[in-house]
Design a protein around this ligand. Structure first.
Ligand SMILES: C[S@@+](CC[C@H](N)C(=O)[O-])C[C@H]1O[C@@H](n2cnc3c(N)ncnc32)[C@H](O)[C@@H]1O
Length: 390
């Protein structure tokens, strides 16, 4: 998949807090009122103000609940820049679980029926989050491993290098239908090979990493835009609304804007929210033509075999043959095929001819044009091409 170059300045000038969107005191009703805004405050409270079934995708990077005990030093005694912020502290696992259940419940409520949710975490929290998701009825589609190209070493040498984070990707519930997954576009951009569930990507460093005026990191866990780009491109469409309830420095918002999607961010820390706002303001969206998605086979209009007869592309009574001309089946006026005593669809008769449980009749059967054979899928594509665009 093409990597996405960041145009984010390394040092951000923090805007005044007044420039940030605030939640008005009057209840807002439509999702348009929240689009492309950072809602400041506790995510559970802010999520409650969003309408039901209003967002297309959720990306959540919640507190890890790292439970760090004491400072961590490198062998040269320099201090490791670990996540020891207040936002990551919980009094117990039960406390963390209650928090997780509360925000996931609200996230599930605001998801459209066909929306999906991604949660990223480490071994400290991801198993608890995954179990709670299943308890709430989310339907897990994949767990994706982000394998870090440049992980932090294990300084004490007492464990393996912790070199990955896990993302759980889930639909709203087991019966959710029609969620977005750009299978064909992803495969086409991956040397025509299915994209695997282990993604090898670097940490967020260099020019993309936001620094304050003293040169220190603005946020300890800023995620790489490349990771978010892969999430967004695989499971959303241009124009979709993507919610991130733990917005931090706005990696989701910056990437969503660049890729022609809308975002809703929630962040309770004013410094992070300010940094996110400045970062997103500097992003130039890609032009619309670069965002067109290759249609998946499933999203193409369904053409029954009988449409080829109705369109005059094949006549009843003609025989279809396989690529090696071993089998011949006669076409009936209703679009079924006859092979010996058997009658059925192009798929059923193709399977029967080969003694297989299933067959794609569109690629199995051909019409004869002199010595040449034309696979019937070509005729189906001709009909599709002649249909007016949506
Ligand atoms: C792991 S960081 C997310 C980093 C972000 N993905 C990025 O790339 O910058 C989690 C963020 O959630 C925020 N946070 C934690 N608890 C929160 C809560 N209850 N409501 C809103 N934000 C919260 C923290 O301030 C922190 O910025």
């Amino acid at each position: 998949m093409a990597s996405l170059r960041s145009n984010t300045a390394a040092r951000v000038v923090l805007p005044s807090a007044r420039r940030l969107a605030r939640v008005p005191s009057q209840p807002l009703r439509s999702v348009e009122d929240f689009r492309d805004r950072i809602l400041r405050g506790d995510c559970i409270e802010q999520l409650k103000s969003l309408p039901n079934a209003s967002v297309d995708l959720v990306f959540a990077d919640p507190p890890y609940n790292l439970q760090l005990e004491g400072a961590l030093n490198r062998p040269d005694q320099s201090l490791v820049d670990a996540v020891d912020d207040d936002w990551d502290k919980f009094s117990s696992f039960a406390d963390y679980d209650a928090f997780t259940k509360a925000w996931l419940t609200e996230a599930q409520r605001v998801m459209k029926p066909n929306a999906t949710l991604w949660v990223i975490g480490s071994y400290h929290n991801i198993f608890r989050v995954g179990a709670i998701m299943q308890d709430l009825g989310f339907w897990i589609l994949n767990d994706v491993i982000w394998r870090k190209a440049n992980p932090m070493p294990n300084f004490r040498g007492r464990r393996f290098t912790n070199a990955h984070e896990t993302m759980i990707w889930a639909s709203r519930n087991a019966s959710s239908k029609g969620y977005t997954f750009h299978y064909d576009a992803l495969k086409a951009a991956n040397e025509d090979t299915q994209v695997r569930s282990d993604w090898y990507l670097p940490l967020c460093t260099g020019g993309e990493r936001l620094k304050n005026s003293k040169g220190s990191k603005v946020h300890p866990t800023q995620k790489p835009e490349q990771l978010l780009a892969r999430v967004i491109l695989s499971s959303s469409n241009p124009g979709d609304v993507i919610l991130d309830p733990f917005f931090g420095t706005g990696t989701t918002g910056a990437t969503a804007k660049r890729l022609g999607r809308h975002f809703i961010g929630i962040e309770r820390d004013a410094d992070y929210a300010n940094a996110a706002s400045a970062r997103i303001a500097a992003v130039e969206p890609l032009d619309d033509t670069s965002l067109v998605i290759v249609p998946t086979k499933r999203s193409e209009p369904r053409i029954p075999f009988s449409a080829l007869i109705e369109a005059g592309l094949i006549a009843p009574g003609v025989e279809l043959v396989d690529a090696k001309r071993r089998f011949r089946a006669k076409i009936k006026a209703d679009g079924s095929l006859v092979l010996g005593p058997a009658t059925g669809s192009i798929h059923k008769i193709g399977a029967l001819a080969q003694g297989l449980p299933a067959c794609n009749g569109w690629s199995f059967w051909h019409i004869e044009k002199g010595d040449d054979l034309i696979v019937i899928d070509t005729l189906r594509q001709d009909i599709r091409a002649s249909m007016p665009a949506d």
